[in-house]
Write a protein that binds this ligand. Structure first.
Ligand SMILES: Cc1cc2nc3c(=O)[nH]c(=O)nc-3n(C[C@H](O)[C@H](O)[C@H](O)COP(=O)(O)O)c2cc1C
Length: 166
């Protein structure tokens, strides 16, 4: 193993110690098909103006559809959505079924059963090594008010929260 690969493995392991939620990015591709990608690089950025960020790998199959789109949605997944998360993380499996999402006010993809949904206009992209950082201007936000657990990702696997979900 080259020292470069060793370094990448160490870096992946170190990054993986940051426990995160899991989100689905939703975009309409050039054929107006609803496609999604699983991410955990989501971050809240600003309240005024309302901005969020996430990072897209340049080698993703969805790189062209996502970078060509001028809007995207971010959907924060609930603990019972592992199947959808796994499917949207598989190469070639990014198509939403019609009953898996509802249109936002702008026609964006709000994933049914998600804990929170953000409809965004693309605000800015930033080249960052093998990824591109997306900043979204949030035009609509919705949050679930029921006591439900989020999907949690830590050290390469899904985890359960120990709290009561309230
Ligand atoms: C929990 C989890 C988090 C992920 N986070 C990101 C991310 O933040 N950015 C990204 O580009 N890919 C992320 N991925 C990988 C993509 O979901 C996808 O698996 C990968 O891009 C390969 O598929 P593709 O080439 O069809 O895009 C994540 C995958 C999982 C399972």
């Amino acid at each position: 193993m080259s020292s470069e690969m060793l370094q990448q493995k160490a870096l992946r392991q170190a990054f993986g110690n940051f426990g995160t939620g899991v989100a689905l990015i939703g975009v309409h591709d050039a054929n107006q098909k609803a496609v999604g990608l699983t991410i955990n690089s989501f971050a809240s950025v600003s309240l005024e103006p309302a901005l969020l960020s996430w990072c897209l790998a340049k080698d993703s199959q969805l790189f062209a559809p996502i970078t060509d789109a001028d809007r995207f949605s971010v959907n924060i997944l609930a603990a019972d959505q592992t199947e959808l998360s796994n499917r949207m993380a598989m190469p070639g499996e990014h198509l939403f079924q019609a009953d898996e999402w509802t249109a936002s006010a702008s026609g964006g993809i709000f994933v049914n059963g998600a804990l929170a949904q953000f409809d965004c206009r693309l605000h800015q992209t930033i080249e960052a090594g093998d990824h591109v950082v997306f900043l979204g201007a949030i035009e609509e936000a919705w949050a679930c008010d029921q006591a439900r657990d989020p999907l949690v990702y830590f050290r390469g696997g899904y985890r359960q929260l120990l709290g009561d979900g309230a």
